[in-house]
Structure formats: structure tokens, C-alpha cells
Ligand binder design. Structure first.
Ligand code: 5GP
Ligand code: ZN
Length: 112
């Protein structure tokens, strides 16, 4: 499949890995919007949050466990943000489910 993040998870396109296990891959965003900006993805191709269902949601729960652990590891005890953009109006640019884990600065709310 011609999917950028499938290729990154498979190691076919280089990335700066910060975590990997059987089902999840995490790497630094190429265009960081915060001092810590990690993308956490399922290795399985899921197009977006709109495609999460009872058959594939276990990996999403696991992604949040990984996020909490990485936040600790990166020293984000003051706070962090986890975001997934879903669909055109939200600005999703890569159509493989990914969670942005961002921290190390203050964030406005609501997000633009
Ligand atoms: P989205 O806009 O879909 O929510 O997020 C896609 C993210 O992927 C963006 O923050 C963008 O900087 C990042 N990105 C796009 N292409 C690459 C790439 O080739 N490598 C890495 N590490 N990040 C990428
Ligand atoms: Zn994919």
C-alpha cells in the first residue's frame, strides 16, 4: 500500500524512532510544533479516527499507554497534549491514524 506511515513503521522510510513494539511505532515529527512532538501510530493501517471500531480499538488503548509512558520519559510532568486530526476540515494530511504527543511549552485552548 502506498502509505507514508505504513512505510515508516516498516522501516522503509527513515524516521527518528522513539518507541516500538509489536503493534505500535512512535517517532519524532519532521516539522515539530513543540519541543517534544512525537507521532504515535498503529503498525496496522487505519486511515483515521473515523475508522476506529470494536475490532481495532485495542491498539488505540495501547497507544495511550505508550503516550503516558513517553510523556514520563520526556519529562512532561507539567502537561502535554495528545491530538489526532481527522478529515479535511481538521487538517489531517497523512491518512494513517496518528496521535501527536506534544509538550514542553504552553498550549492555547481551544486549538485553532
Ligand atoms: P496531520 O497533519 O495529518 O495531523 O499530521 C501529519 C504529521 O506528519 C505532520 O505534523 C507532519 O509534520 C508529519 N510528517 C509528514 N511527513 C513526515 C515524514 O516523512 N516524517 C516524519 N517524521 N513526519 C512527517
Ligand atoms: Zn498506512
Amino acid at each position: 500500500m502506498d502509505c507514508l506511515f505504513c512505510k515508516i513503521a516498516a522501516g522503509e522510510i527513515p524516521s527518528t524512532k522513539v518507541y516500538e513494539d509489536d503493534t505500535v511505532y512512535a517517532f519524532n515529527d519532521i516539522d515539530p510544533q513543540a519541543p517534544v512532538h512525537i507521532l504515535i501510530i498503529p503498525k496496522e493501517h487505519i486511515s483515521s479516527a473515523a475508522q476506529i471500531d470494536e475490532k481495532n480499538s485495542a491498539v488505540v488503548a495501547h497507544i495511550f499507554e505508550v503516550a503516558a509512558s513517553l510523556a514520563k520519559e520526556k519529562g512532561l510532568e507539567e502537561g502535554f497534549r495528545i491530538v489526532t486530526n481527522c478529515g479535511e476540515s481538521a487538517g489531517q494530511s497523512v491518512h494513517h491514524l496518528h496521535f501527536h504527543l506534544m509538550g514542553g511549552r504552553n498550549f492555547a485552548w481551544p486549538a485553532g
